[in-house]
Design a protein around this ligand. Structure first.
Ligand code: NAD
Length: 284
């Protein structure tokens, strides 16, 4: 299946990054969000990101205008009716996603593929809510989308080989490296990454070392570019707790229990960079 037009639902952190990557590869894009303000924020982020590419001479001003010109945006899903592929990248909330899937199922072409960028919700469950379960698949991009090479392609129980082949081809076409993953809580990366971060929080709360020492040890000892606690601040402590809860519920295994300190910090509103405070201080 040739993918020439892509719809993207949600213009936030991930949605605008996905829109940028597809438009840079020459694909027509329609990006929506619930409010004009959210759509404008998304477009502004893309424009700023393209400006940095112009500055680094990776793009000309003319090419930047072309990339922006390929992205239509608004608050209605109707513009996606003739899309070949729609990627849902709205907030991580099952009810929101089920509502969007129902609307998409009704308004986009019956042969179009509906993908989701969810970090934790079951692809099989989302697929079952549609009349095209074989055409539903997970496309889990990583943050920041324009820079990160990986996309996990998650097959629900119902995903057809044809659907998988189409999203694999388009992932490569936009410059990403796909890895095929079976639908399961946390998929591959979050299944391993989030427990590692959680363990770092246990180590901190047990007084094994300070936050800075734990991060220094993991950077120098494991060659990680960023320590687990600084990474947690970047991802958001609330997101880390949410993924651990999905793993804990999904596998019913106590090794996935969220560290109590992590839960308490979320209760306090210390969510990491986005609130200026997490394991480290970002207030300055
Ligand atoms: P975000 O909060 O930055 O953006 C979500 C956007 O969805 C918001 O702008 C919100 O207004 C919009 N939205 C909510 N309901 C909508 C609706 N009905 N229609 C259209 N838009 C709607 O969140 P994000 O970080 O971009 O995450 C989006 C998805 O990507 C989530 O499923 C998340 O789990 C996943 N994800 C996030 C990351 C990450 O590092 N942030 C990484 C991989 C995957």
């Amino acid at each position: 299946m040739d993918i020439r037009k892509v719809g993207i639902v949600g213009a936030g952190t991930m949605g605008n990054g996905i829109a940028q990557v597809f438009s840079l590869a020459g694909v027509d894009v329609v990006m929506t969000d619930v409010t004009d303000a959210a759509v404008e924020r998304g477009m502004k982020t893309i424009s700023g990101s393209l400006d940095r590419m112009v500055k680094k001479e990776k793009l000309t001003e003319g090419q930047k205008a072309e990339v922006l010109g390929r992205i239509a945006s608004g608050t209605e899903l109707g513009g996606m009716a003739d899309a070949d592929l729609v990627i849902e990248a709205a907030s991580e909330d099952l009810d929101i996603k089920l509502k969007i899937f129902a609307e998409l199922d009704a308004c986009v072409r019956p042969d179009a593929i509906i993908a989701t960028n969810t970090s934790s919700i079951s692809i099989t469950k989302l697929a079952a809510s549609t009349k095209r379960a074989d055409k539903v698949v997970g496309m889990h991009f990583f943050n920041p989308v324009p820079l990160m090479a990986l996309v996990e392609l998650i097959r629900g129980l119902q995903t057809s080989d044809e659907t998988y082949a189409a999203v694999e081809a388009v992932s490569r076409m936009v410059g990403k490296t796909p890895v095929q993953v079976r639908n399961s809580p946390g998929f591959v990366v979050n299944r391993m990454l989030c427990p590692m971060i959680n363990e770092a929080v246990f180590a901190l709360s047990e007084g094994l070392a300070t936050a800075a020492e734990i991060d220094e040890a993991m950077k120098l000892g494991c060659n990680h570019p960023i320590g687990p606690l600084a990474l947690c601040d970047l991802i958001g402590l609330d997101v880390e707790v949410a993924v651990m809860q999905v793993l804990y519920e999904g596998y019913k295994d106590s090794k996935y229990r969220p560290a109590p300190l992590l839960v308490e910090m979320v209760e306090a509103g210390y969510l990491g960079r986005k609130t200026g405070r997490g394991f480290f201080d970002y207030s300055k």
